[in-house]
Design a binder for this molecule. Structure first.
Ligand code: AMP
Length: 215
């Protein structure tokens, strides 16, 4: 099962990814998480990525494609994986086609989370992540049992430094100009499924799960 998650920032890709990974036991490949880890480790890719991430711009394709190619070549991706936040440009999608061809694992499904733009900012501003395991919460829609503490591992929750109104505006612009054309790119192949993501986490997951069970 090789799957891509598409959707604007705040559409719930991270939350739904956590649920899919738990049920289907496939690696969750989030380029955002990979870049955040590289930033905190202080690697050269992290230093390069940080300049763009802080302002809400996309990291250059060459850097992004290189980290994904390396990750997808690992053995644990042979049985499948969930790509969250990649591809985000047509150039990345074309590079992914080549990588998949080399590895012999075509993308089977693209799940496009559809959310009204007005709903996105409150979702993003209330988002909190676990410093240790990366689990995603929301202060009102999906709060942890104990404020500030991860239910899964007890780690401390934090707010991403790019989850502020200014950077979110830039990220939205990047999404609508550079990423949304991917909906057509994959729809032409008949593998893109639109999901109304303005509903509860459970309802959205139920629909996604129905599609995954048929793969
Ligand atoms: P995310 O966690 O998916 O919201 O990503 C956080 C930030 O990481 C984005 O705003 C970009 O700066 C960078 N990023 C993540 N994935 C990509 C990608 N596929 N291409 C370029 N930049 C990315």
């Amino acid at each position: 099962m090789h799957i891509i998650f598409l959707g604007p920032p705040g559409s719930g890709k991270g939350t739904q990814s956590d649920l899919i990974v738990e049920k289907y036991n496939i690696p969750h490949i989030s380029t955002g998480d990979m870049f955040r880890a590289a930033v905190s480790e202080g690697t050269s890719a992290g230093k390069e990525a940080q300049k763009y991430m802080k302002a809400g711009h996309l990291v250059p394709d060459a850097v992004t494609i290189a980290i994904v190619k390396e990750r997808l070549s690992k053995d644990d991706c042979k049985k499948g994986c969930l790509l969250d936040g990649f591809p985000r440009t047509i150039a990345q999608a074309k590079a992914l086609d080549e990588i998949c061809q080399e590895l012999g694992h075509p993308i089977q499904l693209v799940i496009n989370l559809v959310v009204d733009e007005k709903a996105l900012l409150p979702r993003i501003e209330g988002r909190r992540l676990c410093k240790v395991c990366g689990a995603t919460y929301h202060l009102t829609n999906n709060p942890p049992k104990v404020a500030g503490v991860c239910d899964k591992c007890g780690g401390e929750l934090y707010q991403r430094n790019d989850d502020n109104a200014k950077s979110v505006h830039t990220r939205m612009q990047a999404y609508y100009s550079q990423t949304s054309p991917l909906i057509d790119y994959y729809s032409c192949r008949g593998i893109c499924k639109n999901i109304d993501a303005l509903r509860s986490i459970e309802e959205v997951f139920k629909d996604i799960d129905k599609i995954l069970r048929k793969l």
